[in-house]
Design a protein around this ligand. Structure first.
Ligand code: G3P
Length: 218
């Protein structure tokens, strides 16, 4: 699985976000690889309506419906067509109890949870909460163009082992600095079930080419 996190880049907001999601759909269909996109809340309803690939939100707040201001809960993203959400991204850290609340709520709603971690110990801690996916991303490599699977392979390998020891059915992604096919394949060789990436695609001059390169179509 490949998850493209659109983050809050200007290049992946509004009309550009929809264009990129459509490119991801095209490349997913051509390659047969499961590609999903994680988009901002404003773009989510439109993108979820317009593409056949899975659309995730980038965060969910640990609240029910009620007297809360400026929040988006799991029910809301489901209503607008999300397949699930990223939780606890390095750029949007959450408390452990809130991660647990969201995973439980999302399971009940049939939503897929992808919980980010920054190292092997946090991977182990999050695996105990049994999300669908844990995604290990060393923060110092995010946006660096240096792929975690190449420059810190031990983190990926040990995180996969740690997570699967705790929960056999959990899937493990890795991310940070992933750009091309070699980075992706190396992640799979290390035992990961896929990758989570952003700048390598979102900020590429030719996004279609970057996507095709990522999945080995070029
Ligand atoms: O969520 C993915 C992300 O944090 C990795 O970012 O730009 O290094 O691919 P990037």
């Amino acid at each position: 699985m490949i998850v493209i996190n659109f983050k809050a880049y200007r290049e992946s907001f509004g009309r550009s976000a929809l264009e990129l999601a459509k490119l991801a759909e095209e490349v997913a269909e051509k390659s047969g690889i499961h590609i999903a996109v994680a988009v901002n809340y404003l773009d989510l309803p439109t993108i979820a309506r317009e593409v056949r690939i899975d659309v995730f939100s980038q965060h969910v707040d640990a609240v029910e419906f009620g007297s809360f201001t400026g929040v988006v809960n799991a029910e809301m993203i489901k209503e607008y067509g999300a397949k699930g959400s990223i939780l606890n991204h390095s750029e949007r850290r959450m408390k452990l109890a809130d991660i647990d609340f969201c995973i439980t709520k999302m399971k009940a709603l049939g939503l897929v949870s992808i919980v980010c971690t920054n190292n092997i110990s946090t991977t182990r801690a999050v695996a105990a909460l049994e999300p669908d996916f844990v995604a290990v991303e060393p923060p110092e490599l995010i946006g660096s163009g240096m792929a975690v699977s190449k420059v810190r392979p031990e983190i990926v390998e040990k995180s996969v082992r740690a997570a699967k020891e705790i929960c056999r059915k959990i899937k493990v992604l890795c991310g940070a600095g992933i750009t091309g096919y070699e980075d992706y394949v190396k992640a799979l060789e290390l035992g990961a079930d896929g990758v989570l990436l952003a700048s390598g695609i979102v900020k590429a001059k030719d996004r279609k080419k970057a996507l095709e390169e990522l999945v080995g179509l070029r």
